[in-house]
Design a protein around this ligand. Structure first.
Ligand SMILES: [Zn+2]
Ligand SMILES: [Zn+2]
Length: 134
């Protein structure tokens, strides 16, 4: 779907009025971000600031992973992956690490979509995440 060029103010369900398109900074990286409709409740979900607070990092390539990203699950063997700040274990299995789904990263099937947990209501608190589609 083609986006209009306007960058309107929106009020996501986290309650923080923001522009629809913005930027997220994490791990010395910058990524463009869009406030999207949540697959969980069908309303606009989190503002850029909240998305930024939930940013995690791929243990294989180090790139940032944001909620609503497709992810693959990586089974750590030997010391292939670094457990740097921001790297998380899969919330549902805790035997696998959550990695990015970029084509040029390590191979692997789609694991699911990284989502903020349904219970996420509070701003400024690191909330649990869940992987949709597992
Ligand atoms: Zn917010
Ligand atoms: Zn990666």
């Amino acid at each position: 779907m083609r986006q209009a060029k306007t960058n309107d103010w929106v009020v996501p369900s986290c309650g923080h009025r923001c522009r629809q398109f913005g930027r997220v900074r994490a791990f010395n990286q910058i990524r463009n971000n869009e406030v999207r409709v949540s697959r969980l409740h069908g309303k606009l979900d989190l503002c850029h600031e909240c998305v930024q607070k939930l940013a995690i990092r791929c243990p294989a390539c180090g790139r940032m992973i944001l909620v609503y990203d497709e992810v693959r699950l990586l089974t750590p063997d030997k010391s292939d992956f670094s457990l740097d700040k921001g790297v998380i274990w899969c919330p549902q299995s805790s035997k696998e690490l959550v990695g990015c789904f970029y084509k040029d990263c390590v191979p692997g099937a789609l694991g699911g979509i990284l989502m903020p947990d349904k219970g996420n209501k509070e701003h400024g608190v690191r909330v649990d995440m869940t992987i949709l589609g597992m």
